[in-house]
Design a protein around this ligand. Sequence first.
Ligand code: NAP
Length: 252
Amino acid sequence: MIDLTGKKVLVTGGSRGIGCATSLLFAEAGCDVAINYAHKDGPAKSVKAQIEQLGRNCLILKADVSKINDVERMVRQIFEKWDGIDIVVNNAGIWTYGEIGDMDESTWKETMGINLDGVFYVCNAIVPEMKAGKSGVIIIVSSTAGIRGEAFHSHYAASKGALISFTKSLAQELAPYGIRVNCVTPGWVDTDMCADILSDPAFRKGVEESIPLKRISNPVDIAGPILFLASDLARHITGEILNVNGGSVLCG
Ligand code: NAP
């Protein structure tokens, strides 16, 4: 039912976890996919191979989204190959520990740089093209932490909270240009990001018990709602904060 044949999508952090599942689902829906990542070449190459197996084109772009020059180079590289980007999924992010009173500035700035500045750099570089074409879809991956806060991860929660107000602002600003901007806020997702902590059986059980649907999501559970928001089924939705958390946090 969701057919995005011919659309071009950029997924930041598309090589692993939620970004990988999203890239593959968009390819299944008919998109060509540009995958951004920062460090590990192997997973990016593997996703590219899977997308090409589906008969779609794939670009892989190594760029640190926290660096404006990297992002501008990445966007230039895409426009050299493709005539535009229809959909951008701002997904790249990190989650680190930080206890207030004992958090060094580099920990704070690293998180803000990747999780927040990176989304600004990507949107700032791509929106002029979308405005000129009078269409586009921007999806931002925030977190339940951005809604309810998260002890010992205040820097992460602050970066993700900022993405929620960034989404709502861009949605209003860009609606006259036919550009929709929406956000998903996942709860716990089984990815590399939280593999260490979720490998503790007692902790994992406690997390599962705390979620009304009694399960921890997998990356496909997040990719589906992202695909929906990018599709015409969501053509009247903009500025939305879509909880994808099994019912654990119910506000946006
Ligand atoms: P993940 O499995 O750790 O994957 C992170 C992805 O981001 C990788 O492709 C990684 O590429 C890329 N990346 C990291 N730093 C980057 C940078 N500076 N520039 C460009 N790419 C970078 O993470 P995930 O769990 O899928 O999380 C994806 C998003 O969902 C994040 O924004 C995260 O905050 C959010 N989220 C996750 C959870 C969860 O429980 N997992 C919950 C709520 C929200 P490399 O391999 O090259 O490092």
